[in-house]
Every structure is written in C-alpha cells, then in structure tokens.
Write a protein that binds this ligand. Structure first.
Ligand code: ADP
Length: 213
C-alpha cells in the first residue's frame, strides 16, 4: 500500500461516501480546480484505490488488488473446495447411472468398491456411448464401460487448485476424484471428494468478489 497524502485521503473519503462522483464534483467539494486535482486522481486510480468509468465518474474500489487475487488463488488447496463425490456401486446398471446423473445434477459419477475404494469414473460420454448400441441398459453394469484404475487421474486434498486445473486441462477431462492413499503399493485409493472445472471457476470468482479490509 502506498502512503497517501492528506488530500488524497480526503478524496478517497469523498468518493467512498458519494461515489460514483465526477472529478469536477470532487474538485468543488475541496474548493480546488479540476486541474489541481488531476495528479492526485491519477495516483489513486493507478494504485487501484479508485476506479474511473467514462461518463460515470470515480468510485471506490473495495476489491483486493489483482496481484493479491492471483496470489490467493495460487494458494487455494483442493481440500478447501472439494465437493461430495456422487458414487455408485460397480454393479449398478448403466440405466440407473443415467438416472443418478440427472437426479444429482452432475457430469461424472464415481464407481467404488464396498470399502469406499475408488474403482472407476463414469462420465456423460461413457454413458452416451453405451446407450448408442442396442444393449439392454438395465442389464449392462457400469463396470463394463467405466474408466478403470490404474488409468484414473487423481488428486490429493493437500494439492493446489492450480495443480487440479492443470491435470484436467492436460488430460482433457472435466473432473478429478480427490483421494487418500489406502495402500500405495497396490494402487488403492479411498475416494474423499471431487473437483470439477466449475470448482476452479467458482474459486476464482469468489476471490475476485472478496472485499479488501
Ligand atoms: P464428458 O464425457 O462429459 O466429456 P470427461 O471429459 O470428464 O466428461 O470424460 C471424458 C473421458 O475421460 C471419459 O471416458 C471418462 O471416463 C474419462 N475420465 C473422466 N475423468 C477422468 C479421470 N479423472 N481420470 C481418467 N479418466 C477420466
């Protein structure tokens, strides 16, 4: 934060209370000319304390500066944003999985074993592909069509949202199961959450909307 002069501080207070307000109106309140005020307004706008819109005027910027937004975003962990995973058993039929997808309003389901161990990922396209054939969808278990371990891309709760975003983009997938190791040697993972592309967007919007104190 830059140190403000007394006049700059006065301008800030005026804009806080009256914004949006034009440069001329601020000048009138301080009994100064518009020209005398110009350097101060330039400094306050450049430092991000004030925002200016053509034909609207100056208003107080109560959002945190962009550099700090980015800094904050880089430190967010998967654990703080993970949502509940929607799970089905491996023997659930494709028909029931489609119904579940609509009921839960999600794009991806996770198949788990009886002990909560992650077994598979079932996405919209997996279900559509299975529906294109003439199979009886009530008889076809999701275990036949799902993406299985060890091909599942996972993320740990302590990893960052940026890492999650990179994994989704690089692997062309919409979501990641959040897992904790059950047995590293055997590649077994306990499913504890999910992260989607929407999660990343929501996190960024929340940070952008945060007010500075
Ligand atoms: P959609 O089918 O709605 O486009 P995705 O892009 O996420 O959803 O899925 C594309 C394919 O990638 C599907 O076959 C799905 O099973 C698979 N998939 C989805 N998520 C993962 C993941 N985390 N790890 C490995 N494969 C995945």
């Amino acid at each position: 934060m830059i140190k403000l002069t007394k006049r700059q501080d006065e301008i800030l207070q005026i804009v806080k209370q009256n914004g949006p307000i034009t440069g001329k109106e601020i000048a009138d309140k301080l009994s100064l000319s518009r020209a005398a005020l110009r350097p101060d307004l330039a400094i306050l706008t450049m430092s991000g304390s004030l925002d200016a819109r053509p034909r609207v005027g100056y208003f107080f910027n109560d959002k945190i500066p962009v550099e700090r937004q980015v800094e904050k975003f880089l430190h967010q962990t998967v654990n703080d944003y993970k949502a509940l995973p929607i799970v089905v058993g491996k023997s659930t039929s494709v028909y029931d999985a489609i119904v579940q997808l609509f009921l839960e309003d999600v794009g991806t389901l996770y198949a788990v074993d009886s002990d909560g161990q992650l077994a598979g990922v079932i996405s919209r396209k997996d279900l559509l592909r299975a529906s294109l054939g003439n199979q009886n969808l009530n008889e076809l278990p999701v275990s036949v069509i799902m993406t299985r371990m060890p091909n599942i891309i996972t993320i740990h709760p302590e990893e960052t949202l940026l890492e999650a975003a990179k994994k989704m983009i690089h692997n062309h997938i919409d979501s990641l199961p959040v897992v904790k190791e059950m047995d590293e040697q055997k590649n077994t993972y306990l499913l504890v959450g999910r992260i989607t592309k929407t999660t990343i967007t929501r996190a960024y919007i929340e940070i952008m909307d945060e007010k500075s104190d």
